[in-house]
Design a protein around this ligand. Structure first.
Ligand code: SF4
Length: 198
């Protein structure tokens, strides 16, 4: 994998972010206010990959500022992880109207940007949040078909290794908005993250 200096990383991200912000590759550009670019520490060891911006994120043009962002902050705090030290992005950069599921063509079009973000940031561990992000990351790394066939609940919190890159699927914070009873078990899984990067 090509290595980047911090300046090269920032320059490459700036070019990529310009492409994302002006992207009209799929129909979601017609309903968005903003196409959200990845955000956070460009030298992060941990990269979180969520599904797509929520309503507040779309309006404010920032990652994890809505209700699920509050849950995300709580999970990071409980896990002893500083939000300023991680990189956060979405599989699909534009809001999904009415929180609907993403379409295959939307994921295929947009995940090319995610590939570039991973190549630039070069995280030690990628944390896909929820089913869609996990499935896309597994396909990207040509995961063993047994993994790809697993349902998310069976792979949630399992550490996978792909040629030096670790993948650790976790529950998306928004899931706790609907199922708060999962909070304690989710916190335990988030807590493992710190040890995985030390
Ligand atoms: S979702 Fe992705 S591919 Fe579709 S318009 Fe937005 S940035 Fe482009």
């Amino acid at each position: 994998m090509e290595q980047f200096s911090p300046i090269e990383k920032q320059e490459s991200l700036d070019v990529l972010n310009y492409q994302i912000r002006s992207c009209k590759k799929c129909g979601l550009h017609t309903t968005r206010k903003h196409a959200l670019v990845g955000e956070g520490n460009i030298n992060a060891n941990i990269m979180f990959v969520a599904l797509s911006p929520g309503a507040k994120e779309d309006v404010q043009n920032k990652m994890f500022v809505g209700p699920s962002g509050k849950v995300f902050n709580k999970l990071l705090y409980a896990a002893g992880i500083d939000r300023n030290r991680v990189f956060m992005t979405n599989l699909v950069k534009c809001i999904l109207p009415g929180n609907r599921k993403p379409k295959v063509d939307e994921i295929e079009s947009c995940s090319l940007f995610l590939n570039d973000e991973i190549a630039i940031i070069q995280p030690k561990i990628i944390v896909p949040l929820g089913y869609y992000a996990t499935r896309s990351i597994l396909l990207k790394f040509n995961a063993n078909p047994d993994y790809a066939a697993m349902s998310f609940k069976n792979i949630n919190g399992q550490l996978l290794n792909f040629s030096g890159v670790k993948v650790y699927p976790l529950t998306h914070p928004s899931a706790l908005l609907y199922n708060p009873s999962f909070e304690a078990v989710t916190i335990e899984k988030y807590k493992n993250l710190k040890g995985l990067t030390e």
